[in-house]
Design a protein around this ligand. Structure first.
Ligand SMILES: Cc1cc2nc3c(=O)[nH]c(=O)nc-3n(C[C@H](O)[C@H](O)[C@H](O)COP(=O)(O)OP(=O)(O)OC[C@H]3O[C@@H](n4cnc5c(N)ncnc54)[C@H](O)[C@@H]3O)c2cc1C
Length: 279
Protein backbone atom coordinates (compact mmCIF):
# COMPACT_ATOMS: atom_id res chain seq x y z
CA UNK A 1 0.00 0.00 0.00
CA UNK A 2 0.99 3.61 -0.42
CA UNK A 3 0.53 6.33 2.23
CA UNK A 4 -2.31 8.83 2.07
CA UNK A 5 -1.12 12.22 0.71
CA UNK A 6 0.74 14.39 3.22
CA UNK A 7 2.68 17.67 3.24
CA UNK A 8 6.36 17.68 4.23
CA UNK A 9 8.39 20.33 6.01
CA UNK A 10 12.02 20.11 7.09
CA UNK A 11 12.49 21.97 10.38
CA UNK A 12 15.89 23.67 10.80
CA UNK A 13 15.49 24.59 14.46
CA UNK A 14 13.78 23.12 17.51
CA UNK A 15 11.62 26.23 17.89
CA UNK A 16 10.45 25.81 14.29
CA UNK A 17 9.42 22.18 14.90
CA UNK A 18 7.55 23.15 18.06
CA UNK A 19 5.79 26.04 16.28
CA UNK A 20 4.78 23.79 13.38
CA UNK A 21 3.39 21.20 15.82
CA UNK A 22 1.41 23.95 17.55
CA UNK A 23 0.04 25.30 14.26
CA UNK A 24 -0.92 21.95 12.73
CA UNK A 25 -3.08 19.70 14.89
CA UNK A 26 -2.66 16.80 12.47
CA UNK A 27 1.13 16.80 12.16
CA UNK A 28 3.68 14.14 13.04
CA UNK A 29 7.44 14.42 13.63
CA UNK A 30 9.66 12.37 11.36
CA UNK A 31 12.90 11.08 12.94
CA UNK A 32 14.35 7.80 11.63
CA UNK A 33 11.04 6.92 9.98
CA UNK A 34 11.45 3.22 10.82
CA UNK A 35 8.11 3.04 12.61
CA UNK A 36 6.29 6.07 11.26
CA UNK A 37 6.71 5.29 7.56
CA UNK A 38 5.47 1.74 8.09
CA UNK A 39 2.32 3.02 9.81
CA UNK A 40 1.76 5.50 6.94
CA UNK A 41 2.28 2.84 4.29
CA UNK A 42 -0.23 0.58 6.03
CA UNK A 43 -2.57 3.55 6.46
CA UNK A 44 -2.67 2.99 10.19
CA UNK A 45 -2.06 6.74 10.42
CA UNK A 46 -2.59 9.53 7.92
CA UNK A 47 -1.15 12.81 9.24
CA UNK A 48 -1.62 15.89 7.07
CA UNK A 49 1.95 17.10 7.66
CA UNK A 50 5.28 15.40 8.38
CA UNK A 51 7.80 17.60 10.19
CA UNK A 52 11.28 16.26 9.52
CA UNK A 53 13.51 16.92 12.54
CA UNK A 54 16.70 15.42 11.06
CA UNK A 55 18.07 18.87 10.16
CA UNK A 56 17.86 20.22 13.72
CA UNK A 57 21.30 20.68 15.28
CA UNK A 58 22.16 19.72 18.83
CA UNK A 59 20.00 16.59 19.10
CA UNK A 60 22.65 14.07 18.08
CA UNK A 61 25.08 14.17 21.01
CA UNK A 62 25.98 11.80 23.83
CA UNK A 63 27.41 13.46 26.95
CA UNK A 64 28.11 12.73 30.60
CA UNK A 65 26.87 15.55 32.80
CA UNK A 66 26.30 15.73 36.58
CA UNK A 67 26.41 11.95 36.99
CA UNK A 68 23.94 11.27 34.18
CA UNK A 69 24.42 10.18 30.58
CA UNK A 70 22.39 12.35 28.23
CA UNK A 71 21.63 10.86 24.82
CA UNK A 72 20.19 13.20 22.19
CA UNK A 73 16.90 12.29 20.53
CA UNK A 74 18.46 11.96 17.07
CA UNK A 75 21.21 9.56 18.12
CA UNK A 76 20.75 6.51 15.87
CA UNK A 77 20.61 3.08 17.46
CA UNK A 78 23.81 2.16 15.54
CA UNK A 79 25.62 5.28 16.78
CA UNK A 80 24.72 4.43 20.39
CA UNK A 81 25.79 0.82 19.80
CA UNK A 82 29.27 2.02 18.78
CA UNK A 83 29.55 4.61 21.56
CA UNK A 84 32.16 3.96 24.27
CA UNK A 85 30.26 6.35 26.56
CA UNK A 86 27.06 4.31 26.24
CA UNK A 87 29.00 1.06 26.84
CA UNK A 88 30.66 2.47 29.95
CA UNK A 89 27.95 4.62 31.50
CA UNK A 90 24.76 2.95 30.26
CA UNK A 91 25.70 -0.75 29.87
CA UNK A 92 22.04 -1.83 30.01
CA UNK A 93 21.23 0.22 26.92
CA UNK A 94 24.37 -1.11 25.21
CA UNK A 95 23.18 -4.65 25.87
CA UNK A 96 19.67 -4.01 24.61
CA UNK A 97 20.54 -2.19 21.36
CA UNK A 98 21.67 -5.21 19.30
CA UNK A 99 18.22 -6.76 19.88
CA UNK A 100 16.47 -3.91 18.02
CA UNK A 101 15.50 -5.05 14.52
CA UNK A 102 18.37 -5.43 12.07
CA UNK A 103 21.42 -3.28 11.18
CA UNK A 104 19.52 -1.40 8.43
CA UNK A 105 16.86 -0.39 10.96
CA UNK A 106 19.42 0.53 13.60
CA UNK A 107 21.27 2.71 11.08
CA UNK A 108 18.23 4.99 10.75
CA UNK A 109 16.09 4.48 13.87
CA UNK A 110 16.68 6.97 16.69
CA UNK A 111 16.60 6.62 20.45
CA UNK A 112 14.19 9.55 20.70
CA UNK A 113 11.86 7.96 18.15
CA UNK A 114 11.83 4.66 19.99
CA UNK A 115 11.00 6.29 23.34
CA UNK A 116 8.38 8.64 21.84
CA UNK A 117 6.73 5.84 19.84
CA UNK A 118 6.47 3.76 23.04
CA UNK A 119 5.89 0.37 21.44
CA UNK A 120 5.01 -1.96 24.34
CA UNK A 121 7.37 -4.63 22.98
CA UNK A 122 10.32 -2.25 22.45
CA UNK A 123 13.56 -2.62 24.36
CA UNK A 124 14.52 1.00 25.07
CA UNK A 125 11.40 2.16 26.96
CA UNK A 126 11.92 -0.77 29.36
CA UNK A 127 15.62 0.13 29.75
CA UNK A 128 14.70 3.74 30.55
CA UNK A 129 12.25 2.54 33.20
CA UNK A 130 14.68 -0.02 34.66
CA UNK A 131 17.37 2.64 34.98
CA UNK A 132 15.08 5.21 36.58
CA UNK A 133 15.86 7.56 33.70
CA UNK A 134 14.01 10.57 32.40
CA UNK A 135 12.91 12.21 29.19
CA UNK A 136 13.72 15.81 28.26
CA UNK A 137 11.06 17.54 26.17
CA UNK A 138 10.68 21.04 24.74
CA UNK A 139 7.35 22.72 24.08
CA UNK A 140 6.26 26.27 23.27
CA UNK A 141 6.93 27.57 26.78
CA UNK A 142 10.03 25.75 27.99
CA UNK A 143 11.90 22.49 28.39
CA UNK A 144 10.83 20.00 31.06
CA UNK A 145 11.93 16.61 32.30
CA UNK A 146 9.56 13.69 32.79
CA UNK A 147 10.52 10.66 34.86
CA UNK A 148 10.24 7.33 33.03
CA UNK A 149 7.61 6.09 35.51
CA UNK A 150 5.37 9.00 34.54
CA UNK A 151 6.17 8.98 30.82
CA UNK A 152 4.61 5.77 29.47
CA UNK A 153 0.85 6.25 29.82
CA UNK A 154 -0.71 3.48 27.74
CA UNK A 155 -0.52 1.70 24.40
CA UNK A 156 1.66 3.95 22.17
CA UNK A 157 0.69 6.79 24.52
CA UNK A 158 3.12 9.00 26.43
CA UNK A 159 3.13 12.12 28.59
CA UNK A 160 4.43 14.21 25.67
CA UNK A 161 2.04 17.04 24.81
CA UNK A 162 1.02 17.26 21.11
CA UNK A 163 3.29 20.30 20.65
CA UNK A 164 6.34 18.91 22.47
CA UNK A 165 9.50 17.48 20.95
CA UNK A 166 11.47 14.86 22.86
CA UNK A 167 15.02 16.25 22.76
CA UNK A 168 16.99 13.75 24.88
CA UNK A 169 16.88 10.98 27.42
CA UNK A 170 18.94 10.94 30.61
CA UNK A 171 19.96 7.92 32.66
CA UNK A 172 22.02 7.81 35.85
CA UNK A 173 25.60 6.89 34.92
CA UNK A 174 26.59 3.39 36.04
CA UNK A 175 28.92 3.28 39.04
CA UNK A 176 31.21 0.56 40.39
CA UNK A 177 28.33 -1.12 42.25
CA UNK A 178 25.86 -0.96 39.35
CA UNK A 179 24.50 -4.25 38.08
CA UNK A 180 22.40 -4.71 34.96
CA UNK A 181 20.63 -7.63 33.35
CA UNK A 182 18.87 -8.05 30.02
CA UNK A 183 17.13 -10.92 28.26
CA UNK A 184 14.38 -11.32 25.70
CA UNK A 185 12.67 -14.07 23.79
CA UNK A 186 11.79 -13.47 20.14
CA UNK A 187 10.84 -15.92 17.43
CA UNK A 188 13.82 -14.80 15.31
CA UNK A 189 16.67 -12.47 16.20
CA UNK A 190 15.59 -8.96 15.24
CA UNK A 191 11.88 -9.56 15.68
CA UNK A 192 10.04 -7.63 18.36
CA UNK A 193 10.24 -9.61 21.59
CA UNK A 194 7.49 -11.97 22.74
CA UNK A 195 8.58 -11.03 26.24
CA UNK A 196 11.64 -9.17 27.50
CA UNK A 197 13.19 -7.98 30.73
CA UNK A 198 15.54 -5.06 31.43
CA UNK A 199 16.90 -4.80 34.96
CA UNK A 200 19.20 -2.78 37.14
CA UNK A 201 20.36 -3.03 40.74
CA UNK A 202 23.13 -1.93 43.07
CA UNK A 203 25.51 -4.44 44.66
CA UNK A 204 25.11 -4.43 48.44
CA UNK A 205 27.80 -6.59 50.01
CA UNK A 206 27.08 -10.02 48.59
CA UNK A 207 23.47 -9.10 47.87
CA UNK A 208 21.53 -6.54 45.89
CA UNK A 209 19.55 -3.41 46.63
CA UNK A 210 17.52 -0.97 44.54
CA UNK A 211 16.43 -3.78 42.21
CA UNK A 212 14.36 -2.51 39.26
CA UNK A 213 12.77 -5.02 36.91
CA UNK A 214 11.04 -3.66 33.79
CA UNK A 215 9.27 -6.25 31.65
CA UNK A 216 8.24 -5.50 28.07
CA UNK A 217 5.83 -7.25 25.72
CA UNK A 218 3.55 -8.11 28.65
CA UNK A 219 1.23 -5.08 28.78
CA UNK A 220 0.41 -1.73 27.21
CA UNK A 221 3.59 -0.17 28.65
CA UNK A 222 6.79 -1.47 30.22
CA UNK A 223 5.82 -2.96 33.59
CA UNK A 224 7.71 -3.00 36.91
CA UNK A 225 7.39 -6.14 39.04
CA UNK A 226 7.59 -4.75 42.58
CA UNK A 227 7.10 -7.96 44.57
CA UNK A 228 9.73 -9.78 42.52
CA UNK A 229 12.12 -6.85 43.00
CA UNK A 230 11.71 -7.14 46.78
CA UNK A 231 12.35 -10.91 46.68
CA UNK A 232 15.47 -10.49 44.54
CA UNK A 233 16.81 -7.89 46.92
CA UNK A 234 16.68 -10.68 49.54
CA UNK A 235 18.61 -12.97 47.17
CA UNK A 236 15.54 -15.16 46.60
CA UNK A 237 15.29 -15.89 42.87
CA UNK A 238 12.66 -18.65 43.36
CA UNK A 239 10.59 -16.28 45.47
CA UNK A 240 10.96 -13.58 42.81
CA UNK A 241 9.52 -15.91 40.15
CA UNK A 242 6.71 -17.03 42.49
CA UNK A 243 5.87 -13.40 43.26
CA UNK A 244 5.55 -12.37 39.59
CA UNK A 245 2.17 -10.69 39.38
CA UNK A 246 2.11 -9.83 35.68
CA UNK A 247 -1.19 -10.39 33.87
CA UNK A 248 -0.28 -10.36 30.17
CA UNK A 249 -3.08 -10.39 27.63
CA UNK A 250 -3.19 -12.92 24.80
CA UNK A 251 -1.85 -11.47 21.55
CA UNK A 252 -1.06 -12.69 18.04
CA UNK A 253 2.32 -14.02 19.20
CA UNK A 254 1.36 -15.98 22.32
CA UNK A 255 -1.29 -16.49 24.97
CA UNK A 256 -1.10 -14.56 28.21
CA UNK A 257 -0.30 -17.79 30.07
CA UNK A 258 2.67 -18.53 27.79
CA UNK A 259 3.95 -14.98 28.19
CA UNK A 260 3.71 -15.23 31.97
CA UNK A 261 5.66 -18.50 31.91
CA UNK A 262 8.32 -16.95 29.66
CA UNK A 263 8.57 -13.93 31.96
CA UNK A 264 9.50 -16.32 34.77
CA UNK A 265 12.14 -17.99 32.57
CA UNK A 266 13.65 -14.58 31.76
CA UNK A 267 13.54 -13.52 35.39
CA UNK A 268 15.69 -16.50 36.38
CA UNK A 269 18.24 -15.63 33.68
CA UNK A 270 18.35 -11.96 34.60
CA UNK A 271 18.52 -12.71 38.34
CA UNK A 272 21.65 -14.75 37.64
CA UNK A 273 23.17 -11.87 35.64
CA UNK A 274 22.45 -9.40 38.44
CA UNK A 275 23.75 -11.68 41.18
CA UNK A 276 26.87 -12.68 39.27
CA UNK A 277 27.81 -9.06 38.78
CA UNK A 278 26.59 -8.36 35.25
CA UNK A 279 27.41 -4.91 33.95
C1 LIG B 1 11.34 -4.46 10.53
C2 LIG B 1 11.44 -3.60 11.78
C3 LIG B 1 11.81 -4.23 12.97
C4 LIG B 1 11.90 -3.48 14.14
N1 LIG B 1 12.22 -4.12 15.28
C5 LIG B 1 12.29 -3.42 16.44
C6 LIG B 1 12.61 -4.07 17.66
O1 LIG B 1 12.87 -5.27 17.72
N2 LIG B 1 12.64 -3.29 18.78
C7 LIG B 1 12.36 -1.95 18.76
O2 LIG B 1 12.40 -1.30 19.80
N3 LIG B 1 12.08 -1.32 17.62
C8 LIG B 1 12.04 -2.01 16.47
N4 LIG B 1 11.75 -1.35 15.30
C9 LIG B 1 11.46 0.10 15.35
C10 LIG B 1 12.73 0.93 15.41
O3 LIG B 1 13.41 0.79 16.62
C11 LIG B 1 12.37 2.42 15.25
O4 LIG B 1 13.54 3.05 14.90
C12 LIG B 1 11.80 3.15 16.45
O5 LIG B 1 10.69 2.52 16.98
C13 LIG B 1 11.33 4.55 16.07
O6 LIG B 1 12.40 5.35 15.85
P1 LIG B 1 12.46 6.26 14.57
O7 LIG B 1 13.58 7.22 14.80
O8 LIG B 1 12.52 5.42 13.36
O9 LIG B 1 11.08 7.08 14.69
P2 LIG B 1 10.00 7.46 13.60
O10 LIG B 1 9.52 6.25 12.90
O11 LIG B 1 10.49 8.59 12.76
O12 LIG B 1 8.86 8.02 14.57
C14 LIG B 1 8.11 7.16 15.38
C15 LIG B 1 7.08 7.98 16.17
O13 LIG B 1 7.74 8.77 17.17
C16 LIG B 1 7.52 10.17 16.96
N5 LIG B 1 8.80 10.84 17.22
C17 LIG B 1 9.99 10.52 16.65
N6 LIG B 1 10.95 11.30 17.18
C18 LIG B 1 10.35 12.11 18.09
C19 LIG B 1 10.81 13.13 18.96
N7 LIG B 1 12.11 13.46 19.03
N8 LIG B 1 9.92 13.76 19.76
C20 LIG B 1 8.60 13.43 19.72
N9 LIG B 1 8.10 12.46 18.92
C21 LIG B 1 8.97 11.82 18.10
C22 LIG B 1 7.07 10.28 15.50
O14 LIG B 1 6.27 11.41 15.28
C23 LIG B 1 6.31 8.98 15.31
O15 LIG B 1 5.01 9.10 15.83
C24 LIG B 1 11.66 -2.07 14.12
C25 LIG B 1 11.34 -1.44 12.91
C26 LIG B 1 11.22 -2.19 11.74
C27 LIG B 1 10.87 -1.50 10.46
Amino acid sequence: MKPAPFAYKKARALEEAVALLGAHKDARLLAGGQSLIATLNMRLSAPALLIDINGIGGLGGIALEDGALEIGALVRHAQAERSDAVGKHAPLIARALPHIGHPAIRNRGTLGGSIAFADPAAELPACLLALGGEVVATGPKDARTIKAENFFKGLFDTALAPDEVLTAIRVPAAGKDSRVGFAELARRHGDYALVGLAASAQADGKGLKDVRLAFFGVGATPVRAGKSEAALAKGDADGAVAALDLVPDDDVQASGAVKKHLAGVLLRRVAKQLMEGGR
